[in-house]
Design a protein around this ligand. Structure first.
Ligand SMILES: Cc1ncc(COP(=O)(O)O)c(C=O)c1O
Length: 390
């Protein structure tokens, strides 16, 4: 990995030590150039005309995402964020009274709120698959929970509140064997680990552009396996996702575009494609290796400090590090780090209620390391943490 080039292409790295990639990553220069370049063309020649001119760049966004996921371009919808992507799949998935959805302990709040809405509205049931001894979703327990009523497995790959990476492919094997469709929330894993939907065995996958992919805010995407397309009924349709073919008839788009809508953030969509290409050029294996090396090393150093508790679960861990300082309010710790020029965040039980309640932790500090962070930045973080802790 050419760190000099990567750092030179990350303008934000001059200003801050950015350890909040799980919130939003710093955009690299080529992504910024693509977004600004398109906005400039919109002002120069008009929005629709600029879009037409950018047809190749827009097509490239689908190609890049399909290359990253190892799927077809027709299986990709580009939308405004991961939640909309996930919602289009989940609310489009037919479920009726008595049907069961199996999910993870550390499922994200927005997903769980959607489950609860359908519990209320459609009479479905949600069952939480217990964790194994390492704190990750247990594929063996999942297999034991499959019965005729289970219609969907919906699991978060890398949760928002810590370093856990759930065993997505082992879960996929259980789903395949049982013939139960599998929706994977890859919001935090996209851009930091390889995501091959064939190897994982998921049927639907949602992700965001702005986090580990380092794309623009307001972008996300959904993968839907081609044989699932007709099993989902998109909750919203318009004249982009469908065509009005006769006064009493419409036809849905023949591909995953049926989950998109007409008006969209064209500059962002182009920028998202550039961001995915940027990650693919560096290589997701290399990215995963560096992120995990940096985070594993930092976890050990942090855990060795008196008064610091590191809370990450799982066997294979992501670039997210969750921790608390003894007798310190996490918000205050994040504010003190920010005052020292270090961007971090906190994660509360509002985002992952079941997991946080099980562990009795209301709120934690959270770091999201990326490959462009340097060892020197992490040394500076450690020095600052020691100072704050004392
Ligand atoms: C695991 C997980 N899923 C979904 C989301 C929602 O993503 P978005 O804000 O792009 O809708 C987040 C955001 O933090 C997340 O961490």
């Amino acid at each position: 990995m050419d760190m000099d080039k990567i750092r030179a292409e990350t303008p934000g790295a001059e200003n801050v030590i950015h350890l909040n990639n799980c919130g939003a990553g710093l955009m690299p220069q080529p992504v910024l150039d693509a977004v600004i370049g398109h906005l400039r063309r919109e002002t120069e020649i008009g929005g629709y005309e600029a879009e037409e001119e950018a047809a190749d760049a827009l097509a490239n966004t689908y190609n890049a995402i399909a290359a990253m996921l190892n799927c077809g371009t027709d299986e990709v919808a580009v939308v405004e964020n991961a939640t909309v992507a996930w919602d289009m799949a989940f609310y489009g998935f037919p479920l009726s009274a008595g049907d069961v959805v199996l999910t993870a302990v550390s499922e994200y709040a927005s997903n769980y709120i959607a489950f609860l809405q359908r519990v209320e509205r459609d009479g479905i049931e949600v069952r939480v698959v217990p964790n194994d001894n390492h704190g990750q979703t247990d594929p063996a327990a999942l297999a034991r929970m499959i019965d005729d009523r289970v219609k969907l497995i919906a699991i978060t790959h890398a949760p928002t509140n810590g370093g856990l990476i759930n065993p997505a492919a082992a879960i996929g094997q259980v789903a395949r064997k049982a013939g139960v469709p599998y929706l994977l929330d890859a919001c935090q894993s996209a851009g930091q680990v390889p995501l091959d939907v064939q190897a994982i065995g998921c049927d639907m996958l949602s992700a965001t552009g702005r986090k580990y992919l380092r794309g623009p805010r307001g972008t996300g995407f959904l993968y839907v396996r081609s044989n699932m397309l007709d099993r989902l009924n998109p909750p919203f349709l318009d004249l982009h996702s469908a065509s009005w073919s006769a006064p009493d008839r419409y036809e849905m788009a023949p591909n995953a575009r049926r989950f998109e809508n007409w008006e969209n953030y064209v500059a962002g969509k182009i920028g998202l494609g550039v961001a995915v290409d940027y990650a693919l050029d560096i290589g997701l294996d290399a990215i995963a290796q560096r992120v995990q090396d940096l985070a594993n090393d930092l976890r050990l150093r942090m855990a060795a400090l008196p008064g610091v508790a590191v809370h990450d679960l799982g066997v294979e861990k992501s670039g997210i590090i969750s921790f608390t300082l003894l007798d310190r309010d996490p918000e205050g710790v994040a504010t003190a780090l920010a005052a020292a020029g270090i961007n971090t965040s906190t994660s509360s039980n509002r985002a992952t209620l079941i997991d946080m309640e099980q562990r009795g932790i209301p709120i934690m500090n959270r770091l999201g390391l990326h490959y462009y962070n340097t060892e020197a930045e992490l040394d500076q973080f450690m020095d600052t943490l020691v100072r704050i802790a004392n």
